[in-house]
Design a protein around this ligand. Structure first.
Ligand code: NAP
Length: 451
């Protein structure tokens, strides 16, 4: 009889969920235990995807069926590195798959970056999505203008949530505390700063298009800002991606559109601008920005260089730094400090110096490839890692301990289902998809409710 292989997946976000589901669906069909720091699964699907994108959140039903429905166990509220350690996992499992994502943010290194009123956009996203770590963020919304630095999809999400009508948001699963604060918000204008030009905007085209089609919100792009410089024109002609071409076309259309009369709020896209400093006595009062030019570096990448000289000051009371997520090291596991990933060869974790494979340790998702790509990207990424694990599976030595790892109190898959039922039942009465519980205590209490 073939032996039972035990695999621990650390992190229940989309990458971990895809990996767990694929492992269970494989011919080897190992036992799979999913460890998660929060009492709730699905990571950024719950805590990252914006509440006005409910159609994406429906992926949770697939994960539910393909992860827990296929018999993976859930250990929610168990933090690897704190409650249990890498070495503990290695004593009980043949393989450990890290799917911990990138839980911190990049910094800009500008003057007064951390003045009150300046926040990582990722924290703001966690706040409006009811992430327990961001419950008490209390962003300053008592101001007319917000500035977002960076023009990727997180910037687009944040710009929409700041400007969308509260009546629309009230039909989503946005956290109640965020809905209440946004009801009182005085923000009328959101300026989004891209350090490079329109051809290098990091938005995907659907997200950019959506910004131009929100009820009561005007999208403004000055015609001169939608024009391409020579370097970008050449690049777009010769090697421009499909997304870049679509984005440039959309931005030109937006720039040519007549101003929208009677708009309640405005999103302004600016390009070739970088922040130099934030100013304010005790909180952000303005942002100073400089103009950039583009050039190609030796590798051919188009980079922004800030011009010395005149700067521009934009009055604002809220600055959201949306310049990307960043992973943090895990105790006991190699970490690549330059690229903020687990060093790996197609998913097999390797020693950072020798590149020797660390047997039985794998990576998937943002901790494997960096914080890029949409949710679906993780499916293909998981296929690559799972294929490596399945290639190795017969050679992985049996772990020294055969029984279950002793664990602190945790939330099981049934506990999560109880949380889910509590939230969705509360939502039903209000015609909302769910009303989120937003503290660990509330979540753990709900998990203890009998089904
Ligand atoms: P992102 O797409 O990498 O965008 C980061 C932005 O920050 C870029 O515009 C980048 O400009 C800019 N930036 C970086 N360093 C900067 C600096 N020092 N100064 C000024 N600007 C700087 O990251 P993200 O928006 O955090 O999103 C992360 C991933 O999640 C992306 O792959 C995104 O598509 C995905 N996501 C998808 C959705 C969706 O599908 N709806 C929603 C949210 C997130 P450069 O390009 O010049 O570096």
């Amino acid at each position: 009889m073939s032996r039972r292989t035990r695999v621990a997946v650390v992190g229940a976000g989309p990458a971990g969920a895809y990996a767990a589901a694929q492992l269970r669906a494989s011919r080897a069909r190992p036992d799979v235990d999913v460890f998660e720091r929060l009492p709730t699964p699905w990571g950024l699907l719950r805590g990252g995807v914006a509440p006005d994108h409910q159609e994406i959140k429906a992926l949770a039903d697939t994960f539910e069926a393909e992860v827990f429905g296929r018999g993976c166990r859930f250990f929610g509220g168990v933090e690897v590195g704190t409650d249990v350690h890498h070495a503990d996992l290695m004593r009980h499992y043949h393989a450990v798959v890290y799917a911990v994502g990138a839980r911190s943010d990049k910094t800009l290194g500008i003057e007064n970056e951390h003045l009150p009123g300046s926040l990582p956009a990722t924290d703001f996203v966690g706040w409006f999505n009811g992430h327990p770590d961001r419950r008490d963020l209390d962003p300053l919304l008592d101001v007319r203008r917000a500035v977002i630095i960076g023009n990727g999809n997180v910037a687009a999400d944040v710009a929409r949530i700041l400007t969308r009508s509260v009546d629309e948001l009230a039909r989503t699963d946005i956290a109640d505390h965020a809905l209440a604060a946004l009801r009182e918000s005085r923000i009328e204008e959101v300026v989004v700063l891209g350090r490079r030009g329109p051809a290098q905007a990091a938005f995907t085209s659907a997200e950019l298009r959506e910004l131009g089609h929100m009820d009561g919100v005007e999208l403004r792009v000055a015609p001169e800002e939608a024009e391409l410089d020579l370097v970008s024109t050449e690049w777009l002609d010769e090697e421009g991606t499909f997304t870049a071409r679509r984005n440039v076309k959309l931005l030109r259309e937006f720039a040519a559109a007549a101003p929208q009369a009677g708009a309640r709020a405005r999103i302004v896209l600016r390009f070739l601008r970088s922040p130099v400093a934030l100013h304010g006595a005790s909180r952000v009062e303005s942002i100073e920005i400089a103009r950039n030019v583009l050039s190609r570096d030796e590798a051919g990448t188009i980079r922004a260089r800030t011009l010395d000289g005149e700067t521009e000051t934009i009055e604002c009371g809220l600055v959201l730094r949306s310049v990307g997520y960043r992973a943090v090291p895990l105790p006991g596991v190699p970490f690549d400090e330059r690229n903020y990933v687990l060093p790996n060869d197609r998913g097999r974790v390797v020693d950072g110096d020798t590149r020797a494979v660390v047997p039985g340790v794998y990576a998937v998702g943002w901790i494997k490839r960096g914080p890029t790509g949409i949710l679906g990207t993780n499916k293909r990424d998981a296929e690559e890692t799972v294929a490596r694990l399945l290639e190795d599976i017969d050679t992985l030595p049996d772990p020294p301990e055969a029984g279950d790892l002793p664990l602190p109190d945790h939330v099981s898959a049934d506990g999560w289902r109880a949380i889910d039922t509590t939230e969705t039942s509360a939502g039903e009465a209000l015609d909302r998809p769910r009303v989120k519980l937003t503290t660990v205590d509330e979540l753990v209490d709900a998990a203890r409710q009998p089904a």
